[in-house]
Structure formats: structure tokens, C-alpha cells
Design a protein around this ligand. Structure first.
Ligand code: EPZ
Length: 417
């Protein structure tokens, strides 16, 4: 398994391009199943999870053509199976996003239940409950979701927990249902908005996107479209924290500041300077940051996918901060690893108390999940000496060419096979 070796202490300077959003591209790839017209996508990030989703869709019969480094064309005119097998789903939970489209267009689907994962049990009960409300007959047998529906019918669905992929699955299913569907307590994440914008280009009728009540009026069929995937606000936020922690000056291109309001606020609160224009953000800092407490919650509140990164920031900040995780029940796997670097963190339930220390010391640490590994990279960038991060396949799932982009900014980082 690959490792990253990082020599800490180098202030980052320079300019990098931010890639398309993994968590927008994944549902949008599944939207190709909703129509036989080709779906052409731009700004698709080159990530392991994208390749995994491509394999799953190809397994079903979707023809996928790469038309350049970040451009894909998908043709779902000849689907020969509506099954998502366990061996594919177990490596990526987002595979559940084929369920809604398959049911809506073909009337049946057999999708393996995603297992749990490092950060929590992450059930899909709300996906299933919503599809049942739309008339689907769903049974769980031998670890598979067996779903049937002659024709989905519009329904009023209240989701008692805000769920990003739940909202996305139900929005895609409703796009081809008979009648109107109202999704209440819907997710407002920018990636949900981006999927909706793509669906609307394909002919879907969707109102209220970006609010917690989304209304979808079903149409008989959807058509081909072209869509550029929105920028990845979490990748951008990760590099913004890197610039602030190392005391450098970094300009991010191809990014939208309006998707990062709360992250920008928190970084300014910690003492970083941030300027932005319509497609770039510049972060600079003297490095000595103030501790800044965060509490994760659904958009537009502080994103859970930035929690580990701000935990890292607080390990070397000037005082004490609390980091409260309200979305997932086990998203503190990075705490143990950061302690190995000398961090002073105590965990009480879903809150971590982080006392800033003068410096961290390099060590060997292990990545456990995508964003935890990002937090470890940030800690390694400021730690004294060498840090080795093992199992970095977690990073490759969500960060395109990470060591290359960090290298462009002057970081001393190398990958060893
Ligand atoms: C999406 O996961 C993202 N993944 C996650 O990003 C992100 O952390 C998460 O949303 C929260 O923002 C993708 O978009 C592919 P949820 P998702 O359904 O949709 C509970 C990353 O790092 N829940 O919004 O799976 C669930 O257990 C990944 O890129 C139910 O109880 O998350 C959790 O506590 C990690 N029943 C909460 O809701 C359900 O049916 C939010 O989960 C669904 C969810």
C-alpha cells in the first residue's frame, strides 16, 4: 500500500487549480441512468471513487467515453442489468445512488446494502422509506435491496434526518414519477443543488433547490444534456487550511467562495487573511493561528467533511477549542493518530477538546477514512521532521493528484509505493 512521506515546516506559496466536486460528480454520473440520451460531463475529477462508479455503471451496460482528462460522456441506452453487486457496493457507499434512477426508469433494481464504514453505521433507511412512499415494493433479502415499482408515484416525503444522498436518490426517482413529489427537510448542500441543475438541463421539473423543501413534478422522460460539475468546496477548504496552518500564501483557482462562507468565516476568526473574486480564493497567514471552535451540521452550517481539517488546525493554535461532530457517530478516528504527532486532544462524547501546542513532531500515522487522512496531511505539513502516512488509498478516493498539488505549493511531500 502506498504511503506519503512529508517533511513539515514549509510555508506553502503558489497557485493551484481546484478539481470538480466528488460528491456532485457521483450522483450526476448515476443520473445518466435516467435517460437514453447521452449525458456529457465536464470538470469531472480524476478520483478513485469516480472510477469505481464508472465500473459499476459499465457493469450495468452504460457506455462511458472519456473525452479528455476531465470530460466524460455516458450513454445508458442499452442497460442489461439493474443489479449493483456486493463486491462493487462494499467499496463505495455512494453506489446506493443507482437505486432511485434504476427504479424510476426500469421499474426494478437489486442493490446490495452498503456496509457500515469507518465513520459510522450510515443506514439507508430514509432512502428506502422515501421510495416506498412513492409506491415501490422494497424488501431486504440476503443483504440486497430488492425493489420493484411499475410506475413510481409522486408523494409528500418528510425526511426526519437531513440526508445528502437520500435527498439525491429521491430527487432522481421523482424526476420520472407520475405526479408531484415534495421532499421536506431536504439537504441543501451545493452538491445536491448541482445535481438538480443537471437534472433540470435534462428536462426535469424541480423547484426549491437549495432550500429544505424540494418539489419535483415528474415528466415522462428525460433527455441528453451537457453539464460541468461544480468545484469541490471540501478540496478547496482543505488547501485553505493548509495555507493558513503553514503560514504561507496560496491562491486557489476554479473555486466559488459562495460555497465556503462558514469555512471562510472560521479561517478569518483564526487569523488567516482571505480575499476572493468570482473564481478564486487567496489565503495568507503568518502561521500563528487562534484556536477556533466548530460544530458540524447540515449545510449551510459547518460541513462535517471539514471537521478533521479544523481539528488539525486547532492542534497547533494558540489556546483551546472544541470540535463537535453532530452528523456521524464515529468521526474522530483521526484523534488517536494526531495524538501520535503530539496533539493534545480529549474526547467527551461527540466533542473533542483541543489544546493547541507549540509544535507537533513527525511520526508514522495511519489514514482511516478520507477526511481523517486529509487532517493528518495538514498536521504533517506543520510537524517538525518527517511524517509517514500509511494507507493513503483513502486520500486517493477524494483528492486528485494531492502530492502534485502540494508539491506545486512548495511542500516537501513524496509518495512511496
Ligand atoms: C454524504 O454522505 C457525503 N457523501 C459525505 O461525504 C458527507 O460527509 C455526508 O453526506 C454529510 O454531509 C457523498 O455525498 C457521496 P447523509 P451521505 O445521508 O449522504 C444518517 C466524503 O468525505 N442517515 O447526509 O451518506 C447518517 O447515518 C463523504 O466525501 C440515516 O440515518 O450522508 C448520518 O448520521 C464522507 N438514514 C446522517 O444521516 C439514512 O437513510 C447524514 O448522512 C441516511 C442517512
Amino acid at each position: 500500500m502506498d504511503k506519503l512521506v512529508i517533511q513539515g515546516g514549509v510555508p506553502l506559496h503558489g497557485e493551484i487549480l481546484i478539481s470538480g466536486a466528488k460528491n456532485a460528480a457521483l450522483p450526476i454520473l448515476c443520473a445518466s441512468l435516467l435517460t437514453e440520451g447521452p449525458l456529457t460531463l465536464g470538470n469531472v475529477p480524476q478520483l478513485h471513487d469516480i472510477a469505481t462508479m464508472g465500473k459499476l455503471l459499465a457493469h450495468m451496460g452504460v457506455k462511458i467515453e472519456a473525452q479528455g482528462e476531465h470530460q466524460l460522456s455516458l450513454d445508458a441506452s442499452h442497460i442489461h442489468t439493474c443489479e449493483a453487486p456486493y463486491e462493487m457496493v462494499k467499496t463505495m457507499r455512494a453506489s446506493i445512488l443507482v437505486l432511485g434512477p434504476l427504479l424510476a426508469r426500469f421499474g426494478h433494481a437489486r442493490v446490495s446494502l452498503p456496509g457500515g464504514c469507518a465513520i459510522g453505521s450510515r443506514p439507508v433507511d430514509l432512502h428506502i422509506k422515501g421510495l416506498q412512499a412513492m409506491g415501490a415494493d422494497i424488501r431486504i433479502e440476503h443483504g440486497y435491496i430488492e425493489a420493484k415499482a411499475d410506475k413510481l408515484k409522486g408523494a409528500r416525503i418528510f425526511m426526519d434526518i437531513v440526508t445528502v444522498t437520500g435527498t439525491e436518490n429521491l430527487m432522481m426517482a421523482a424526476a420520472l414519477a407520475d405526479g408531484t413529489t415534495v421532499l421536506e427537510n431536504a439537504a441543501k448542500e451545493p452538491e445536491v443543488v448541482d445535481l438538480a441543475e443537471c437534472l433540470i438541463k435534462m428536462g426535469a421539473r424541480i423547484e426549491g433547490v437549495g432550500t429544505d423543501v424540494i418539489t419535483v413534478t415528474g415528466v415522462p422522460e428525460l433527455r441528453s444534456a451537457q453539464h460541468d460539475v461544480v468545484c469541490d468546496r471540501i478540496e478547496a477548504g482543505t488547501y485553505m487550511v493548509a495555507a493558513a496552518m503553514t503560514g504561507g500564501k496560496v491562491k486557489l483557482r476554479n473555486v466559488r467562495a459562495d460555497l465556503l462562507d462558514v469555512v471562510i468565516d472560521k479561517l478569518r476568526e483564526s487569523g488567516a487573511e482571505i480575499d476572493d473574486d468570482d473564481d478564486s480564493i487567496t489565503v495568507s497567514s503568518a502561521g500563528a493561528l487562534k484556536s477556533v471552535s466548530i460544530r458540524t451540521a447540515p449545510h449551510p452550517a459547518f460541513p462535517t467533511d471539514m471537521q478533521a481539517q479544523f481539528m488539525a488546525l486547532n492542534t497547533v493554535a494558540n489556546a483551546v477549542a472544541t470540535v463537535t461532530e453532530t452528523i456521524f457517530e464515529n468521526r474522530f478516528m483521526h484523534v488517536q493518530e494526531m495524538r501520535r504527532l503530539g496533539a493534545n486532544i480529549e474526547v467527551e462524547g461527540n466533542t473533542a477538546i483541543v489544546r493547541g501546542c507549540e509544535f507537533l513532531e513527525g511520526a508514522t500515522v495511519m489514514a482511516t477514512d478520507l477526511r481523517a487522512s486529509a487532517g493528518l496531511v495538514l498536521a504533517a505539513l506543520v510537524a517538525r521532521g518527517e511524517t509517514v502516512i500509511e494507507r493513503i488509498y483513502h486520500l486517493d478516493r477524494g483528492y486528485e493528484r494531492l502530492e502534485e498539488k502540494l508539491g506545486q505549493l512548495g511542500a516537501n511531500v513524496r509518495r512511496i509505493k
